[in-house]
Design a protein around this ligand. Structure first.
Ligand SMILES: Cc1cc2nc3c(=O)[nH]c(=O)nc-3n(C[C@H](O)[C@H](O)[C@H](O)COP(=O)(O)OP(=O)(O)OC[C@H]3O[C@@H](n4cnc5c(N)ncnc54)[C@H](O)[C@@H]3O)c2cc1C
Length: 883
C-alpha cells in the first residue's frame, strides 16, 4: 500500500469545489461520494495514511465496541461479500486494513493530501469561496469546506501537574507508536480507565513486570465475549444485507434492534435480574442499556443496573477494597460511554497489578522518575496516558475557522456549539460538519451516522448545482430551534447528570453542554429528510438561481411526546369519537391500564360525598409528610364523558406530593347520562362539602384550592365563579390545566392543532355534543370565559400546551382574569400536547410544568391568609423539560 506525500506546491492556489478535512471513515466516503457526483474534491489529512481513528489508536487491545458487521460501510454492496471480518469485534489493525482496502478499491488516495494539517479556513464573501491554509504554508480555495475531522481525534492534554517532567518513556493511547511497544520487564503506569485504558490494561499487564493503574473515575465495563462473528447474526446479515442495513438506518443507535416498551419496575425483581443477566451474557454494548424502556431517564430504574454491574465487579475481583474502588459510583449507567472488555477486572487479581484510587489519593505531581500521589511516591519506567479526547468540538475549533465578517467559530461556540442539525452553523456559509455536535454521532454506530451525513451533504450540493445556487447557510431561527430541541431531548434523560465527555466535562474550561443529539438515529434521519422535503426548511440559499429561504424550526414537539404519538399511530388506534360512549370509556380505561403509577403518597382512601343528585365517589390522597395539610379539590379530565377516579390517579399522586397537600379527587356525574350543568353543580357541591369537612379529611380549614385538567379544568374554573357568586366557600387558588373555557371550536389553535395531537377538533365536538345543548354552551357555567364579570376570583395558574386545540381559550381565560384584576399566571408549555401534563413519568418533558403547578398551589396556600397580588398577569411561555 503506497502512501503518497504530496508537496505543498501541488495544492497552493488551487481552486476546488470541495475541500474535505480528514481521511477516516467520514472523509473517505465523502470523497468517494463527491467524486461520483463530479465535484472536484481534495481531502487533507494530517496523518500519512488513511484510517483516522484507526490510524492513530494503535494501543494494545484497541478494537471497536460495535460489532464489526454493523461497524462497516454499507454504500458498496460488493464490500458486504468481499470483506469478511475475522472476529466479532475486529482489532485496530484489521479495521485499518479494511479502510485501506476501501481506499484502494475506490482509488481514493490520489485525491488525499497526507501529512498536511489544515490550520485555518476563512470565508470570503466577495468570491463566495473558502480560503483554506495548511501547516505547509499553502492556501487553496474552495466553494464548500467540509470538516470530517472526527469526534474523537484530538487527544486531550493531560491536566496533571509535572506532566512533561518524566524522564522515562511516555505513551498516549491516541498517538501510539507504529512499531508497537514492548513493556517486558518494565514498571508501567497507566493513567485513565476509560475505554482505551480498559482495553489496553489487560494486555500491558501481560508484558509488564509491574503495572500500576491510576483511576479517577471507575467506568462500567463488562465482558465483550469476543470471538468469531456469531453465526446467527452472520446468517441474518447474509440473508439480506440490504434489508439489514436499512433496519440499521432506522434504528435507535444505528444497529438493528427492537425497542422495548417494558418499564423496569413493571416486572418482578427476579425477572429484572434474568433480563440483566441475559444482556450481560450477550457481550453486546447496547444490550444492557436497552433492556428496559426507562433506564435512560429514571434514576431508580437506572440504579438497578448500576448495582447489578457493581455486583459483577465484586464477584470477579478478589480483593474487596480493590473491588469496591473499581465499582462505579456517582454516575448512572450509560451516562458515560460504557465499555466492553476482555479480562479487565480479572487483571486486578494478578499479583503484579495494583490500583491507585485517585479519589482517595490524588496525583500531586508527575516527577522525573514516576508519580507522587498525596500519600506515596511511585517509580516507573514508562507512563501510558489513556486520558481521552477533547471530544466533538475539539478538532473543529482547533482549526481557526472564520465565517462572514471574519467571525471566529471558536468565539461563536465559546458557550457551547450552536449548529443546525449538527451539519452547519449560521454565519459560516458552505461549511459542513460530518457528525458535528447536535447530531447523533457518538451516541450511535458512527459509520451509519457518517454515511447519512455524507449522503445528505452530497444531495444538498447536487441540489444547489441543479438550482444554480452558490451559497447555503442555516438561519438563526432554525439554529436556535435545533439547539433548543437538542437540549430539550437531553434534559429528559440522565445524561446531563454526569461529568462526562459528552458534556465536555473532561476538559478544563470547556462549557458544560450536552454535545450529541439523543433523539436517535432513526428520528434524526427522518428529521433531515423532512427538512429537505419542506424545501430545505431553515436554510437560506443564494446564487444565480435566485435567493430562497423557507425559514422555520423543525421538531417542535418534545421528544417523548413525539415518541408517544408515533407509537399511537403505529398501533392504529380508533378515533374515540367513532366509538359508542361505553366503548370509548372501556377503551380509555384500557389505554390507562399500563401507565407508571406515579409517586408514593402517605395514604389513599376512597369515599363518598353528598352530591345534588346522590352520592359522589371521591378519592383522598394524603401526603407522606405530617399533617394537617391544605386541600386541593381535583376534577379529572375526559370531556365530561370519560374518566373517573382511576383515570387521573398518577397525576393526583403527583399533585399530592408536589403541593404537599391533601388531594380530594371527585368523580362528578358524566354526560350524556347527566348533561349540563350536572358536572358543574357536582363540582361546586363537592367543594362545599370538602370545605366543611376539611379537618376530617386531614386538611387545614380555610386552606382549599381547586385544580382540574381539561373538562376538569372547566369545572374548576366554573366552581370558582359559583363560589364567588354564592359567597363561599373561600378558595385560595385555582390551577386550570389545559382547561375548556369556551365552546368556540374555530380559534387558531383549533385550526393548527385540530388533528394529530390526541385531542382533536372532532373529539372536542363529540364531547360538547354529549355535554350541553348549543344554547347552554354559551352560559358561563359551560364556557367560563363568557362570564360578564371575572373580578373577585381566586388567584389562578392557567397551563396551556403549544399543540393543543384548547391552547388559545386557556390563554384567553388567563388574560381575561388578569384584566378583571385577578392575580393570574399563564404557563405555556413548549412542544406539549393536551394530554402531556397529567402523564406523570410518561411525558417527562412536562415534569417542570408539574413542578410549577405544585409550587403555585403551595404559593396559594402560603398566601391564603392575606390578599395576594391583584390584577397582574405573569406569562411564562416556555415550560422547559426537566428531570
Ligand atoms: C479507540 C476508539 C474506538 C472506537 N470504537 C468505535 C466503535 O466501536 N463504534 C463506533 O461507532 N465508533 C467508535 N469510535 C469512534 C470513531 O472515532 C468513529 O467510529 C469513526 O472512526 C470516526 O471517523 P471519522 O472519519 O469521522 O473521524 P476520524 O476517524 O477521527 O478521522 C478524522 C481524521 O481527521 C484528521 N484531522 C483532524 N483535524 C485535522 C486537521 N486540522 N487537518 C488535517 N487533518 C485533520 C485526523 O488526523 C483524522 O485522521 C471509536 C473511537 C476510538 C478512539
Amino acid at each position: 500500500m503506497a502512501t503518497q506525500h504530496v508537496r505543498a506546491s501541488e495544492l497552493a492556489g488551487r481552486d476546488f469545489d470541495v475541500v474535505v478535512v480528514g481521511a477516516g471513515f467520514a472523509g473517505l466516503y465523502m470523497l468517494h461520494r463527491l467524486r461520483s457526483f463530479g465535484f472536484a474534491t481534495v481531502v487533507i489529512e494530517s496523518a500519512d495514511d488513511v484510517g483516522g481513528t484507526w490510524y492513530w489508536n494503535r494501543y494494545p487491545g484497541a478494537r471497536c465496541d460495535i460489532e464489526s458487521i454493523d461497524y462497516s460501510y454499507s454504500f458498496d454492496s460488493e464490500l458486504e461479500t468481499e470483506w469478511q471480518w475475522s472476529e466479532r469485534y475486529a482489532t485496530q489493525p484489521e479495521i485499518l486494513r479494511y479502510l485501506g482496502h476501501v481506499a484502494d478499491k475506490h482509488d481514493l488516495r490520489r485525491d488525499i493530501r497526507f501529512s498536511t494539517r489544515v490550520e485555518s479556513a476563512t470565508w470570503d464573501d466577495a468570491s463566495s469561496r473558502w480560503h483554506v491554509r495548511t501547516d505547509r504554508g499553502d492556501e487553496l480555495r474552495c466553494r464548500f469546506y467540509v470538516m470530517a475531522t472526527g469526534c474523537l481525534s484530538l487527544p486531550k492534554t493531560p491536566d496533571i501537574p509535572g506532566f512533561d517532567r518524566f524522564r522515562g518513556e511516555t505513551y498516549f493511547t491516541g498517538r501510539w507508536p507504529h512499531e508497537g511497544v514492548d513493556f517486558s520487564g518494565q514498571r508501567v503506569a497507566v493513567i485513565g480507565t476509560g475505554s482505551s485504558g480498559i482495553q489496553s490494561i489487560p494486555l500491558i499487564a501481560q508484558q509488564a513486570a509491574e503495572l500500576t493503574v491510576f483511576q479517577r473515575t471507575p467506568n462500567y465495563s463488562r465482558p465483550a465475549y469476543n470471538g468469531p462473528v456469531p453465526a446467527a447474526k452472520k446468517a441474518t446479515f447474509d440473508a439480506d444485507p440490504a434489508a439489514y442495513r436499512a433496519a440499521a438506518r432506522l434504528s435507535l443507535a444505528g444497529v438493528p434492534r427492537e425497542r422495548t416498551l417494558v418499564r423496569t419496575f413493571s416486572v418482578s425483581a427476579e425477572e429484572r435480574l434474568a433480563k440483566f443477566e441475559e444482556a450481560y451474557a450477550s457481550g453486546d454494548l447496547l444490550a444492557l442499556s436497552t433492556t428496559f424502556a426507562d433506564l435512560g431517564a429514571d434514576r431508580a430504574a437506572n440504579e438497578t443496573v448500576c448495582e447489578f454491574m457493581r455486583d459483577k465487579v465484586r464477584s470477579i475481583v478478589r480483593d474487596p477494597a480493590t473491588a469496591e474502588a473499581l465499582c462505579p459510583q456517582g454516575h448512572f449507567y450509560g451516562t458515560k460511554r460504557p465499555c466492553i472488555d476482555t479480562n479487565y477486572y480479572e487483571t486486578f487479581n494478578l499479583s503484579h497489578v495494583r490500583l491507585v484510587d485517585l479519589r482517595k489519593e490524588p496525583i500531586r505531581t508527575i516527577t522525573e522518575t514516576g508519580i507522587d500521589t498525596a500519600t506515596r511516591s511511585f517509580a516507573f519506567d514508562a507512563i501510558v496516558f489513556a486520558t481521552g479526547f477533547d471530544a466533538m468540538t475539539g478538532p473543529i475549533v482547533a482549526v481557526d475557522v472564520r465565517g462572514r465578517n471574519g467571525e471566529s467559530l471558536a468565539k461563536k461556540w465559546a458557550e457551547g456549539p450552536k449548529t443546525y442539525l449538527g451539519l452547519m452553523t449560521a454565519g459560516f456559509p458552505n461549511f459542513f460538519m460530518i457528525t458535528g455536535p447536535g447530531s447523533p454521532s457518538v451516541l450511535s454506530n458512527m459509520v451509519v451516522s457518517i454515511e447519512q451525513h455524507v449522503d445528505w451533504v452530497t444531495a444538498c450540493l447536487d441540489h444547489m448545482r441543479t438550482e444554480r445556487l452558490d451559497v447555503v447557510e442555516p438561519t438563526p431561527v432554525a439554529e436556535a430551534g435545533w439547539l433548543q430541541h437538542v437540549n430539550d431531548c437531553a434534559d429528559i434523560t440522565l445524561y446531563p447528570t454526569a461529568n462526562s465527555w459528552y458534556m465536555g466535562a473532561n476538559v478544563p474550561g470547556k462549557p458544560r453542554v450536552f454535545l450529541p443529539y439523543v433523539g436517535g438515529v432513526d428520528r434524526y434521519r427522518k428529521t433531515c429528510d423532512e427538512v429537505v422535503n419542506r424545501g430545505y426548511l431553515g436554510f437560506t440559499f443564494d446564487g444565480p438561481g435566485g435567493g430562497r429561504c423557507t425559514d422555520g424550526v423543525v421538531n417542535r414537539l418534545q421528544l417523548d411526546v413525539w415518541t408517544m404519538l408515533d407509537l399511537m399511530q403505529e398501533l392504529g388506534l380508533p378515533p374515540i369519537e367513532t366509538l359508542s360512549v361505553d366503548h370509548a370509556r372501556a377503551f380509555s380505561t384500557m389505554l390507562a391500564s399500563d401507565r407508571p403509577p406515579g409517586p408514593e403518597v402517605g395514604d389513599i382512601v376512597d369515599g363518598e360525598l353528598p352530591g345534588p343528585a346522590g352520592p359522589l365517589p371521591y378519592r383522598r390522597y394524603r401526603p407522606p409528610t405530617r399533617g394537617p395539610h391544605p386541600i386541593v379539590v381535583y376534577f379529572h379530565g375526559g370531556g365530561w364523558v370519560l374518566g373517573g377516579l382511576d383515570s387521573d390517579d398518577p397525576f393526583c399522586r403527583d399533585l399530592c406530593v408536589k403541593a404537599n397537600a391533601v388531594v380530594v379527587s371527585v368523580n362528578y356525574r358524566h354526560a350524556p347520562e347527566a348533561r349540563f350543568p350536572a358536572a358543574a353543580d357536582d363540582g361546586f357541591a363537592a367543594v362545599r362539602w370538602v370545605a366543611a369537612n376539611a379537618e376530617t379529611l386531614g386538611g387545614v380549614p380555610g386552606r382549599l384550592a381547586v385544580c382540574g385538567w381539561s373538562a376538569g379544568g372547566n369545572i374548576a374554573a366554573v366552581v370558582c365563579q359559583m363560589a364567588r357568586d354564592a359567597g363561599g366557600p373561600r378558595i385560595a387558588g385555582q390551577v386550570l390545566v389545559t382547561p375548556v373555557t369556551d365552546q368556540d371550536l374555530t380559534r387558531a389553535s383549533y385550526v393548527a392543532n385540530g388533528e394529530g395531537y390526541v385531542l382533536t377538533t372532532a373529539l372536542m365536538r363529540w364531547f360538547w355534543d354529549h355535554y350541553a345543548d348549543p344554547a347552554d354552551r354559551l352560559q358561563p357555567k359551560a364556557s367560563p370565559l363568557r362570564a360578564k364579570d371575572l373580578s373577585g376570583l381566586p388567584p389562578a395558574l392557567v397551563v396551556t400546551c403549544e399543540f393543543d386545540p384548547l391552547r388559545d381559550e386557556g390563554a384567553a381565560y388567563a388574560e381575561a382574569l388578569a384584566r378583571a384584576g385577578v392575580d393570574a399566571r399563564h404557563l405555556g408549555c413548549r412542544g406539549q400536547i393536551h394530554t402531556s401534563v397529567p402523564a406523570v413519568d410518561v411525558i417527562r418533558s412536562a415534569a417542570s410544568a408539574r413542578e410549577e403547578i405544585g409550587a403555585a398551589l403551595r404559593g396559594f396556600f402560603d398566601a391564603a391568609g392575606g390578599q395576594g397580588q391583584r390584577g397582574t398577569m405573569r406569562a411564562t411561555d416556555e415550560a422547559s423539560p426537566s428531570t
